[in-house]
Ligand binder design. Structure first.
Ligand SMILES: [Zn+2]
Length: 289
């Protein structure tokens, strides 16, 4: 290949408490061409913090932002995305909180994220959304109210949103478009569908939402890039030695992209578009390779 391909990871997590931590993750990523990383808040309990406590959520946000700064210090452009995962919402309900109590709390966590965005320390809200497993309708309605509130906040701040959703193709995308319209979102390209399935790619792009494709899921990335190049990719690395799971670490993205290049699924221009242009457009950052 003529020149080294810059690599971007749209959605990843780093765990400064239990994992390799931001410095080591950034170093490994950088060695494989990494130039950009979207650093997304974990779950409170991943960091040894308690769910349902706003000061603990604040600590989680601060750890995310501090990690982002450490990654930047290693020469990788990194942005922080802070918010409370829908799994926390469900956990609170399971532990006996009422719906209105949970909603009030989740709104406070979004308002808190907004403060960091206003100060320029974070660029977006996430990951928020709906559980990917099946829950009763009431929970889905509650999550939708929270999503709509977050969208309104993001609209006012011109911020990004990373949405964690079920993977039900067009139905999932449609419901997000409806919520975005209700919330008066003008630039839907700032709504990122994290962990999008190939079945969500076309409806997302048709509605100007941004699909983020997990490169660790064999076959899915290949299927997605056949449909469009208007996407971003993610590792969704959890930086948790006890949870290797289906994800790959950020420093393995390069080999997955090289595979796609070798198979002729992507041209070098396509790969550059996904790794650089789409990220620059979405986040307003500049690749200076
Ligand atoms: Zn994630």
């Amino acid at each position: 290949m003529s020149k080294a391909l810059p690599i971007a990871d749209n959605h990843t997590h780093v765990n400064p408490v239990k994992g390799l931590g931001p410095r080591e993750v950034a170093r490994r990523f950088k060695r494989t061409g990494g130039w950009f990383m979207g650093v997304v808040a974990l779950l409170t309990w991943d960091l040894g913090l308690n769910p349902g406590d706003l000061s603990n959520v604040d600590k989680m946000y601060r750890l995310t932002i501090e990690s982002t700064k450490i990654i930047q210090g290693e020469g990788v452009k990194a942005v922080a995305v802070v918010g409370v995962h829908p799994a926390e919402c469900v956990k609170l309900l399971e532990s006996g909180w009422g719906f209105s109590e949970v909603k009030e709390f989740m709104i406070k966590t979004i308002d808190l994220a907004a403060q960091y965005i206003r100060r320029g320390e974070a660029v977006g809200i996430g990951e928020i959304g709906r559980p990917h497993w099946s829950v009763n309708e009431g929970v889905v309605d509650l999550c939708n109210e929270i999503i709509e509130y977050a969208m309104g906040t993001a609209r006012d701040l011109n911020a990004i949103i990373h949405l964690h959703l079920e993977r039900k193709g067009e139905a999932t995308v449609k419901s997000i478009v409806e919520l975005a319209n209700k919330a008066g979102v003008k630039d839907k390209g700032r709504i990122i569908l994290h962990h999008a399935s190939p079945s969500m790619v076309k409806p997302a792009v048709d509605n100007e939402l941004k699909p983020s494709i997990p490169v660790g899921r064999r076959g899915e990335f290949e299927e997605a890039v056949k449909l469009t190049k208007a996407l971003v990719v993610e590792s969704d690395y959890a930086d948790d030695p006890r949870r290797p799971g289906m994800v790959i670490p950020p420093w393995r993205i390069l080999s997955r992209i090289n595979n796609a290049l070798n198979q002729g699924l992507l041209s070098e221009d396509d790969a550059f578009r996904i790794m650089v242009n789409e990220i620059e457009e979405t986040y307003g950052v500049k690749y200076e390779g």
